[in-house]
Write a protein that binds this ligand. Structure first.
Ligand code: AMP
Length: 408
């Protein structure tokens, strides 16, 4: 089913509530990565051009104490957004009340009001995170229509996404639309051959993702820390490598039921300790010594991955294949970026999180078809699950078929 998009809404002179994902990293009051703000600009700029009155909602961090509140005001984001748009933003340091209502009632077309961190409402009974009905109703009462552009929170049912969406006409913003188009349709109907690459620290974080990808893809290439649980399950010595001993049976059954689709590394870069400047060597996966730790995939594995990826029409990647934070053990992750960057006729998608951060940091930002902005949300999408933030967006009125790839 197709979802309503921004262009389906009549926004001229309307009070348009917009849920964005401005949950950016902030260190000592300074934003260290403004990518999420930049990703929201197309939607905001469109609404300015269309003469809307724009009211922005976002969360920032987790709010459990009064101190969290002091450290997580969205004022720093409002300042950065104002610089990026070269436009004044009326930041209201409240999540409800007269000051906010007056600011909204005084708006003219093209004006922007930014509401304070929605999770400030969590200090009082987790109202935002538990989708408190009174809060959703109140926020919805502040506007005429709603745009959800916060893919990063789409796997959560919160007052500022689902709570508002169930009470107002709702459309997906441009970023949300892009995420649905690339990740959603790939999971529902991937162009084959479809190869998945999975890495990251643990199997336990991605069991649902592995199970679903084994069903819908042609191969699942495994790297990163999670590979060692699979290797140990097969009876190999993995030395001091990261392992989840309580997931060995599960790992064995995933391998046994994978019909040969699950591909493990053939060689490993091992180090004598888990540190940046540890001595290291490359070894076959069967020859890891008891005192050694697996840190990265080796050169033969990279060659093997390249072979499996050849001719793929769709590739989805989630999780770095090595400890990419340490330069000596970032080569595997960089090699994956390089291989995928050259596959110009392939739909290449990074499913958020650390692999997205690694690819951007290594200079491959513009070399993928799509780099998702949501970590948890894209994992849930890859599991084949419904996301409440997306489900609560109105269905497109022009379409009544069940296929998200339809051209209705
Ligand atoms: P995730 O959030 O599950 O994608 O995990 C990302 C983390 O996995 C990164 O911090 C990597 O350093 C870590 N990682 C990748 N390979 C390994 C490995 N061989 N041993 C330990 N951690 C790893």
């Amino acid at each position: 089913m197709k979802k309503k998009v921004l262009e389906d809404l009549n926004v001229k002179n309307k009070k348009v509530l917009v849920r964005v994902d401005f949950n950016v990293p902030v260190k000592n009051g300074v934003i260290t990565d403004d990518n999420r703000i930049i990703q929201a600009l197309p939607t905001i700029n469109y609404l300015i051009e269309e003469d809307a009155k724009i009211i922005l909602f976002s969360h920032l961090g987790r709010i459990k104490t009064k101190e969290d509140k002091q450290n997580n005001s969205l004022s720093v984001v409002a300042k950065r957004l104002s610089e990026l748009l070269d436009k004044e933003i009326n930041f209201v340091p409240e999540t409800r009340g007269e000051k906010l209502e007056t600011a909204i009632n005084n708006m003219k077309a093209k004006d922007i009001v930014m509401v304070e961190n929605t999770r400030f409402e969590d200090l009082d009974g987790k109202k935002e995170s538990k989708n408190n009905p009174e809060l959703g109703k109140y926020w919805a009462s502040l506007g005429d229509v709603f745009v959800n552009d916060a893919f990063g929170t789409a796997h959560r049912s919160h007052a500022s996404n689902v709570g508002i969406a169930t009470r107002l006409e709702t459309a997906a913003g441009f970023l949300m639309e892009k995420e649905i188009r690339y990740i959603g349709t790939t999971v529902e109907n991937p162009e084959k051959p479809f190869i998945a690459i999975l890495g990251g620290a643990k199997v336990s974080d991605k069991i649902g993702v592995i199970e679903n990808l084994l069903k819908i893809s042609d191969k699942v290439l495994i790297g990163g820390g999670m590979a060692y649980t699979f290797m140990k399950a097969l009876g190999y010595n993995i030395g001091d490598s990261i392992v989840e001993n309580d997931k060995l049976d599960l790992a064995k059954s995933l391998i046994d039921n994978s019909e040969g689709k699950l591909i493990l590394p053939v060689d490993i870069v091992v180090a004598e300790e888990f540190s940046e400047d540890a001595d290291y060597r490359v070894t076959k996966y069967k020859n890891i010594k008891p005192n050694e730790t697996g840190m990265d995939i080796g050169p033969d594995t990279i060659k093997q991955f390249k072979k499996h990826l050849k001719g793929a029409k769709t590739v989805v990647w989630n999780g770095p294949v090595g400890v990419f934070e340490f330069e000596n053990f970032a080569k595997g992750t960089k090699a994956v970026c390089e291989i995928l960057a050259k596959m110009k006729n392939t739909k290449t998608i990074i499913g958020g999180g650390d692999s997205a951060a690694a690819a951007i940091q290594m200079g491959y930002k513009d070399d993928f078809t799509h780099i998702s902005t949501g970590g948890g949300a894209s994992l849930q999408f890859l599991e084949g699950k419904e996301l409440p933030g997306i489900e609560s967006i109105d269905d497109s009125v022009d379409c009544d078929c069940d296929d998200s790839n339809c051209d209705c």
